[in-house]
Design a protein around this ligand. Sequence first.
Ligand SMILES: [Zn+2]
Length: 212
Amino acid sequence: MRVPAPLEAFTALPGDGRLLAWTVDDGTDTAVVRAYAQFAQTTGIRLTLFATASYVSWGENRDVLAPLVASGQVQIGNHTWSHPDLTSLSDQGIIDELQRAHDRIGELFGVDARPFYRPPFGFHDRRVRAAAASIGYTAPTLWYGSFADSSLIPGEEIVRLGHEWLLPQHIVIGHLNHAPVTTVFPQLAQIIAERGLTTVTLNDVFHSERHP
Ligand SMILES: [Zn+2]
């Protein structure tokens, strides 16, 4: 049963199910993007990737990502063009960052990423939300639980955080930036399986104007 996409910042999935939204951001390491895509391909795990669209990894992995995006198993969300703190930009600057990423995502994958965007660093305020909403980005997607791997940490620490945060109805954040996570995919998948969780994309759970 899908529900309308939130019109405000949100950190969890609605209701009392056993769903898990595994979201992964940025994409500074093209090999990590590829490894995540291959992991999705072999396991069927559903992912939402928040692309920082200026990174070349998105184009370099289009071959492996495009079929997953087309089937809906992998969703692409908007994580801006160049990963600025949106609260530091003018209204037009906020719009430009989101629009440029939006256009690139559409070019590469033929999808409309709206209404979901992830403000870099999780920084947003009323002005950011209003500027984003003016071009259809009405659902700032935050998280409750992190692999803390936006910087380099050991794989064992990622597994420990997996035990801590891979929980029902959580939105968990990881990063497409450093290799260690790609060495512990089996352990993370095992936690999800043992807990009886079903991975979902945001479009699996929410309907919206472009994804009715
Ligand atoms: Zn980021």
